[in-house]
Design a protein around this ligand. Structure first.
Ligand code: CTP
Ligand code: MN
Ligand code: MN
Ligand code: MN
Length: 371
């Protein structure tokens, strides 16, 4: 077994889209440490180092077993001097001194706390930290601080939306969205995407594609679905973005840029009675409901496969798909389209399999994309 595993490790690709990564992580001891380091670089806007640690963690997650010694690291891609040094220390001492120091660092702790609020990113966290604010009560007591609508909802529903969403809750939400969409048009198409479509047991939200076969109709479908949820009295927050999609636009290079499809970021009220097996968390504090984050995106049907591939994730898998498309195939890929720069043409796709085929990649199932 030792020999064959070693061979497997020797052939690991540097691209997540050429690896199969399930939810089983055999290298959690290393990847948890890397995530703290990546976060810290993210808080300090050192993007290169942040990505290096995320890329290394992603590679380790794909391995069939734990890395056990320094020698095994030599054949693995995505590991630089810094990442290797951290791993070596963990192998020798059981933990990383640098990570331990960060976890007890006041700045790291404050950024971690502030960015855990829906609508608060590193920039806002930095602004608040510079003002000497250190806790939620500091922020809420400071009258000179203006919270936008998203942040207000973030604080209002903090307890609920920072609690993990279960598969059963995702199923209940699916029924709710499905009902709302079907009430508008029986032809509505609803697909679960994001972490739950990759087989994750828990998520921070639930992601869906909701659209219709009739081209152009999807743009008005989403506002109507939102209106339906509002009429049911379960819409607690809605950040709606109308479509700015233009078929002629080339795929965008920046990964973090938002796509152009009609979409919304919601907070919904999930009634306990609709959840099979009860809603433990909400029952715990005497309510029959909880607030939950839901994302809906409405691509036109002829771009469905790209939207599905883009929203299934993981983020690292998406990053590497794009990086691979550019570096290895001379193509541009984003959530809308695939463009071949050598042929100067868009490559159409009806399914995710078509896109993998265009890229000359073996098909990777959604549950193998937990990179
Ligand atoms: N996504 C996107 N554009 C956005 C938001 C998300 O393309 N404005 C994509 C992300 O790239 C990701 C997927 O949608 O691949 C799901 O994002 P998210 O819900 O943040 O992550 P999950 O993988 O679902 O993990 P979690 O369980 O934490 O929600
Ligand atoms: Mn999600
Ligand atoms: Mn997430
Ligand atoms: Mn999401």
């Amino acid at each position: 077994a030792e020999g064959s595993t070693h061979t497997l490790m020797a052939t690991v690709s540097q691209y997540a889209c050429q690896r199969r990564t399930t939810t089983e992580n055999n290298n959690k001891i290393f990847t948890d440490a890397f995530e703290v380091l990546a976060e810290s670089y993210e808080f300090n806007e050192i993007e290169g180092r942040c990505l290096a640690f995320r890329r290394a963690a992603s590679m380790l997650k794909s391995l069939p077993r734990a890395v056990r010694c320094l020698g095994e690291m030599q054949d693995l891609p995505c590991l630089g001097e810094h990442t290797k040094a951290v791993m070596e220390e963990i192998l020798q001492c059981g933990c990383s001194f640098e990570v331990k120091k960060l976890l007890s660092d006041e700045r790291y702790q404050t950024f971690k706390l502030f960015t855990s609020v829906f609508g608060v990113g590193p920039k806002t966290a930095d602004k608040w930290h510079r003002r000497g604010l250190r806790s939620f009560s500091d922020i809420l007591a400071d009258r000179s601080i203006h919270l936008n609508r998203m942040q207000q909802s973030g604080f209002l529903h903090y307890g609920d939306i920072s609690r993990a969403v279960s598969k059963a809750e995702a199923r209940s939400l699916r029924n709710i969205i499905d009902g709302a969409a079907r009430a508008i048009t029986p032809a509505a198409i609803l697909a679960l995407t994001g972490g739950f479509s990759r087989g994750k047991e828990f998520g921070h939200d639930v992601d869906f594609i909701v659209t219709t076969p009739e081209l152009g109709r999807e743009e008005s479908l989403l506002p109507e679905v939102i209106d339906g949820l509002k009429k049911q009295g379960i819409l607690l927050y809605c950040d709606y973005h109308a479509s700015t999609f233009d078929v002629a636009k080339l795929p965008i290079r920046r990964f973090e840029a938002m796509d152009h499809f009609a979409k919304c970021f919601l907070i919904l009220r999930l009634e306990g009675s609709r959840v099979e097996g009860g809603l433990n968390s909400a029952e715990g504090d005497g309510r029959g409901w909880r607030a939950v984050r839901v994302d809906l995106v409405s691509p036109p049907m002829d771009h469905y496969a790209f939207a599905l591939l883009g929203w299934t994730g993981s983020r690292q898998f998406e990053r590497d798909l794009r990086r691979f498309a550019g570096a290895k195939r001379g193509m541009l890929l984003d959530n809308h389209a695939l463009y071949d720069k050598t042929k100067n043409e868009f490559l159409a796709a009806e399914t995710e399999k078509d896109i993998f085929a265009h890229l000359g990649l073996e098909y990777i199932e959604p549950w193998q994309r937990n990179a």
